[in-house]
Ligand binder design. Structure first.
Ligand SMILES: [Zn+2]
Length: 84
């Protein structure tokens, strides 16, 4: 869950991020999340029962780890080729 500070000319800066699972406030400095955060905005498509809805959520790294531990099949994990 993200909260923004409204700025001039319709701009906004990320102010706070809370884990949707445990409620922990993540570290945000100058509009950037400074710790592990799984963030997603997922739009369900026509073939789902949630067509037309976008789900947005943030998980702290600890809650992300707990979540995927419960998976029957673990996700594929790859290394990034380069860091930006
Ligand atoms: Zn959490």
């Amino acid at each position: 869950m993200r909260k923004y500070i409204e700025k001039e000319q319709m701009e906004s800066e990320l102010a706070k991020v809370f884990c949707n699972q445990c409620g922990k406030e993540l570290v945000v400095e100058d509009g950037i999340v400074k710790e592990g955060c799984f963030s997603i905005d997922y739009e369900f498509d026509y073939f789902s029962n949630k067509d037309g809805y976008i789900y947005s959520l943030d998980l702290c790294e600890e809650c992300f780890d707990k979540w995927i531990k419960g998976f029957d099949t673990q996700p594929k994990i790859s290394e990034t080729k380069e860091f930006l």
